[in-house]
Design a protein around this ligand. Structure first.
Ligand code: F6R
Length: 584
């Protein structure tokens, strides 16, 4: 989703802004832009496409200044075009804004501002912010007062940064989407993502909702939306936020799939005391509800099985976008799963849970994220930065940590998991086989993924990976549901991936495969044992049934990755998707 960066300091700001934008590229975007305060006024450069395209618009080396803001846009309101790219300017072009979020009352505000003579140049919701600010600044000539009046007119979610031609400071506000100050020796940053400034400083201040900041070279002032000053703590940002690089790999996605054994080792070997405390807290309420979005939701579905089997806790799992106050009561522990900790749906669910008096526990990869800070207790995944838009290593790490928690609660022993990193390593040895196997499916327009019991979340996750990376339609389902409808879709050569390790559900699933074959399906079997019914087969090692999902998903990630590469898609940045989904 949109990335915001602002810098004010003693160094030329242009390369700092461009570098910051590049680091936030992984969030997903469709256009980019920056505004630099130069001796000749504000210079705004925008382009549709990649950050590198900005250099085709103007020679960025020729633009220097000490204050600047930049933006990567992921379109919500208004098409992907130059007019709608940020920064957006005030009527006379002496103020610029970059915004992340959605202003839900923008139409009313736009009408009012147009009546007053403001000229809008874009079809975005964001543009109302700069015109409102312009209106109030012209009245009082006071940057803080103008931003306070502005934020109190806005409805929806926002994080924004505004800069002026006639004034050094940058002003920003947060309400629902992240905004972070980076305090450096040579200047200060205001960004939506720690990666925007991590190369320059590890000192951060996280703005909370309904806070504004006035930021100078060597000073800052944070207030609430009423204008009262707020004292904040400076956080030392940890090494996990360091600069991720692709190293020798062609894509981040491949690198992250291949580093899963290491990521799992990290999950397993992390500090045990916080995990024990987490387990204790989880049990203090009568009911457990788990929530998350996308891949994190699938991890929640896995958690339901493992909690029931091992911890003897029966949980409800609710996808975050559908989470309602009726799902919980004050005697509920709500477990929120999220890689980024910034997913708007997950944060909204968290707020609903808090308002209902629930205890909120979370498992998050990005330490210091909004979710981690808003939870009563939070455990880190510790799997390192995940840059590829598709969740891979964060998913297997979520499953591993969930298994550890459930086992500690249930039998007080999670030692079985120690063999898993090595088992995952052995599956990665199948990468070449999977790459070749993809050649037999290049014409396929639909893929189906089936499984039973605890393997169903993996069928759903395998299908999600296939659709988001390769853009091929894919559906995951319970194998038993085939005969209730989906079987009608099976014709000669329809690919079906079956996840079928040898456990209690093995034979029943195999029976479903036979039914599929009778209707012409081309079956890829993922199992601990081969069978003649499979057209293609990917072997997986036999492990405890509750741990098997961690193993099973790896070949499915590779299948989707190689399918995407074969079809010429960029697996790191799938179209229309963003790593951190900060709008509802
Ligand atoms: C799929 C994917 C998304 C995310 C979802 C939630 O590969 O990455 O479905 O899982 O947007 O994101 P987090 O886990 O950051 O809350």
């Amino acid at each position: 989703m949109c990335g915001i960066i602002g810098f004010i300091g003693d160094e030329n700001v242009t390369p700092i802004i461009v570098k910051g934008l590049r680091r936030m590229e992984y969030r997903g975007y469709d256009s980019a832009g920056l505004s630099i305060r130069t001796n000749e006024g504000l210079r705004v450069i925008k382009s549709v496409g990649k950050i590198n395209d900005l250099a085709n618009v103007e020679d960025l080396n020729a633009i220097s200044g000490y204050t600047g803001i930049g933006h990567t846009r992921w379109a919500t309101h208004g098409k992907v075009n130059l007019e709608n790219a940020h920064p957006l300017s005030s009527c006379a072009g002496e103020m610029s804004v970059v915004h992340n979020g959605i202003i839900s009352n923008f139409q009313t505000l736009k009408k009012e501002l147009e009546k007053e003579g403001h000229t809008f140049r874009s079809s975005t919701d964001s543009e109302v912010i700069i015109h409102l600010f312009e209106k109030y600044f012209k009245i009082g000539n006071d940057i803080k007062d103008a931003v306070l009046k502005t934020v109190n007119r806005l409805e929806g979610s926002f994080a924004f940064a505004i800069m002026l031609r006639d004034g050094e400071d940058i002003v920003g506000a947060r309400c629902g989407t992240p905004l972070i100050l980076g305090l450096g020796n040579n200047g200060n940053f205001l960004t939506s993502d720690i990666l925007g400034f991590i190369e320059y400083t590890d000192k951060a201040i996280f703005l909370e909702n309904k806070e504004i900041v006035v930021l100078g070279k060597h000073h800052f002032e944070i207030s609430d939306f009423e204008g009262n000053l707020v004292a904040k703590e400076v956080t030392q940002v940890a090494w996990e936020f360091g600069t991720p690089t692709k190293e020798k790999y062609s894509h981040f996605t491949l690198k992250e799939i291949l580093e899963q054994p290491l990521a799992l080792e990290r999950v397993i070997s992390q500090d045990q005391k916080p995990i024990d405390l987490f387990c204790k807290k989880l049990k203090t309420r009568a009911k457990v509800v788990i929530t998350g979005s996308g891949t994190s939701y699938h991890a929640g579905l896995y958690a339901k099985y493992v909690m029931r089997e091992t911890a003897k806790i029966s949980c409800d799992v609710v996808v975050s976008s559908e989470f309602k106050s009726q799902d919980v009561d004050h005697d509920t522990s709500v477990l929120v799963l999220s890689q980024s900790g910034e997913t708007a749906d997950a944060l909204r669910a968290t707020q609903i849970a808090k308002d209902a008096g629930c205890q909120v526990l979370s498992i998050v990869n990005v330490v210091g994220s909004s979710l981690a800070r808003e939870s009563d207790i939070s455990l880190p995944l510790n799997c390192g930065p995940e840059v590829g838009v598709a969740a891979t290593k964060s998913f297997t790490s979520q499953l591993a940590l969930i298994y550890i928690i459930a086992s500690r609660i249930g039998i007080g022993d999670d030692s079985l998991i120690t063999s898993i990193p090595q088992k995952v390593e052995s599956i990665l040895g199948e990468a070449e086989r999977i790459k070749k196997l993809v050649n037999g499916y290049t014409e396929a327009r639909d893929f189906y993924y089936i499984a039973r019991s605890i393997h169903i979340p993996i069928a759903l996750e395998g299908a999600l990976k296939m659709k988001e990376l390769s853009y091929v339609h894919a559906e995951g389902m319970a194998a038993g549901e085939l005969k209730h409808g989906p079987l009608a879709l099976i014709t000669q050569g329809t690919p079906v991936v079956v996840i079928n390790p040898t456990d209690d559900s093995y034979q029943e699933t195999l029976d479903n495969v036979v039914e599929l074959k009778a209707r012409g399906a081309k079956v890829i079997g993922i199992s601990t044992v081969s069978h003649e019914v499979y057209d293609d087969f990917i072997p997986i090692p036999k492990v405890h049934p509750l741990l098997s999902p961690i193993i099973e998903v790896v070949p499915l990630q590779l299948l989707a990755y190689y399918a995407a590469v074969k079809m010429g898609q960029d697996p790191d940045y799938p179209r229309n998707l963003a790593k951190s989904v900060t709008v509802n």
